[in-house]
Design a binder for this molecule. Structure first.
Ligand SMILES: Nc1ncnc2c1ncn2[C@@H]1O[C@H](COP(=O)(O)OP(=O)(O)O)[C@@H](O)[C@H]1O
Ligand SMILES: [Mg+2]
Length: 361
């Protein structure tokens, strides 16, 4: 337990870390606002830590209202704003457990997890390896395929491949069934993703993806797919992980796919919780989500996203080890529908983190 001015507070100090260097900075602040408002002050001492877009750490206001969406737009951690206090060297972080509510690169990708391991502080969510692995769409697919789990056909393109063997890349990708999706291997929020109808548009789409990551994945489109998501939670001790009920995302015809605007800017995406699926398929997807979680060595929590094609076949699209976490985000909503309230979900995640301790898991 953390000691404050010589007094043993007896309450564990939870550091909520948010913001960060990824394109999902503001989404992280919104998620953190929900987490901050759900942490029971009778049970936890709360320390709010913001990371600005350049990667500097600050002690910041723990008032959720300071990190809500306002008339000025989306929340941002900025050194000059009134809700941001003194600078914090990350090695000075004093907490019993950390909830890194960070999405995307430099947050969800094993880097912060590595820093917390060095400091010996337990944290919510996956460790270094699973965080890094799932951040990369190519590595995730390779790992899942090796574990006998269903993924679609894809081609991966390294920086050297593209610079030195462009014709080979185009020939390999040309063998896929079009349309295809061209994606940065490590991004999020649909940034840098293009749907390509024919091989003549491939090179431009690869260049577009490479703006965000020099590693690119090209995969066959699952045409007319239903997008189904499932939440997975680790259990205390050695009990197996558990799956939530599944939910479905439908995007209006104005969007070609679930792109950035549909995710955050307009109301064109409909979330159906629970998804309308046969009882049997619903259970199958839950089991598949748990197998995916275990195959990747994930811990704490993950959201597993599926495509269900017209014939009822399923492929795993991607796995998020720190999914959107506002109280109206998909992951908490799926758990709420499964009988676990938002504060209960947070209590469970912190209990699992403390149970795991720090060090290799
Ligand atoms: N292979 C695919 N088939 C059909 N739709 C796809 C495919 N890949 C991506 N999409 C569409 O693009 C969206 C974003 O792709 P995704 O891989 O989930 O990236 P992100 O990590 O940015 O969420 C998906 O939600 C889906 O609407
Ligand atoms: Mg996605």
């Amino acid at each position: 337990m953390t000691r404050t001015a010589g007094v043993d507070t007896a309450l564990p100090t939870v550091a909520v870390i948010f913001g960060g260097q990824s394109s999902e900075h503001s989404i992280s602040c919104l998620s953190a606002a929900s987490v901050l408002s759900a942490l029971d002050p009778a049970r936890y001492e709360v320390l709010a830590v913001g990371i600005d877009r350049d990667g500097s750490w600050y002690r910041v206001s723990a008032d959720p209202a300071a990190w809500a969406r306002s008339t000025e737009g989306l929340p941002v951690v900025e050194a000059t704003s009134s809700n941001v206090y003194g600078k914090l060297e990350f090695s000075d972080l004093a907490a019993d457990v950390v909830f890194p509510v960070l999405h995307g690169p430099f947050g969800e990708d094993g880097t912060i997890q590595g820093a917390l391991e060095l400091m010996g502080i337990p944290y919510v969510g996956s460790g270094v390896l699973a965080s890094a692995l799932t951040m990369d769409k190519q590595t995730t697919k390779t790992m899942l395929a090796a574990s006998g789990l269903p993924v679609g056909s894809f081609v991966s393109v390294s920086d050297a491949d593209w610079v030195r063997h462009r014709e080979d890349v185009l020939a390999r990708a040309g063998n896929l069934r079009f349309p295809v999706f061209v994606k940065p291997a490590r991004a999020g929020s649909s940034i840098g993703i293009t749907k390509v109808g024919g091989s003549s548009d491939l090179a431009a789409a690869i260049e577009q993806a490479r703006i965000h990551d020099r590693r690119v994945v090209i995969e066959e489109s699952v045409e007319g797919a239903r997008e189904i998501e499932c939440g997975v939670l680790a259990s205390l001790g050695h009990e197996p992980p558990i799956a939530s009920i599944c939910a479905e995302i439908s995007v209006s015809a104005a969007h070609e796919f679930y792109d950035f605007d549909a995710k955050y800017l307009d109301d064109s995406a409909t979330l159906t919780v629970p998804a309308e699926l046969s009882h049997e398929l619903h259970r199958e997807l839950g089991e598949l989500a748990v197998r995916t979680f275990m195959a990747l060595g994930a811990d704490g929590l993950a959201r597993v996203d599926f495509f269900l094609d017209r014939h009822g076949d399923v492929v795993i699209n991607e796995v998020n080890t720190m999914p959107g976490f506002t109280n109206i985000s998909m992951f908490p909503r799926m758990w709420q529908e499964s009988g676990m309230s938002y504060p209960e979900l947070i209590d469970h995640l912190l209990a699992v983190a403390i149970d795991r301790g720090s060090g290799l898991r």
